[in-house]
Design a binder for this molecule. Sequence first.
Ligand SMILES: O=C(O)CCC(=O)C(=O)O
Length: 200
Amino acid sequence: MSLFDASKPLKIKLLNAEIEYTPAFFNLKESKKLFDLIYNKTNWIEDNIRVYGKVYKQPRLTAFYANNDKAYGYSNISMKPQPFSPILNAVKLKIEKATKMTFSSCLLNLYRDGQDSNGWHSDNEKELGKNPVIASLSLGAERLFHLKHKSIKTLKHKLTLQNGSLLLMKGDTQHHWLHQIPKTKKLIDKRINLTFRLIK
Ligand SMILES: O=C(O)CCC(=O)C(=O)O
């Protein structure tokens, strides 16, 4: 008998953070089906980012969907939303029911292989409001998720984001912590990440 139910959230106990992780928010069969549908039906974009005045290709593909017309801006990129597809809306409803939160928008990331990544940042753009709730669904290859505290340099945490898992960050997590998806030399397959947010 298993000691815990992988479809239920586990608290990640970190100072100045409110983070919950559900290993099997979707089961393997559902996750595979969702991955294929979302991979094939999404209008993926390869954006440019500007770092210290130099322009680079963003090391992943992205797409942005919402049920309103509010754009989302980060790293000199402004993303105009497309309307939710029925499949994204169904995923949103399941996450809203489980988290008892409401989301308006979803930023999707496609990590094509281990060389795609997402650098250190907080989800603290002003359009997200004071204590944003971010619900982050992972589909496909497992990737490491790193967290580091902004002012207490010894406070760090790592977790593996499994296929079908849901990571929920809320409270003042974004004020105190940075997160990243680092590159890996391992030969790994594609991963899709969907981060649901509320942009009013
Ligand atoms: O891919 C992930 O799990 C993280 C995505 C992320 O940090 C973001 O989109 O802000």
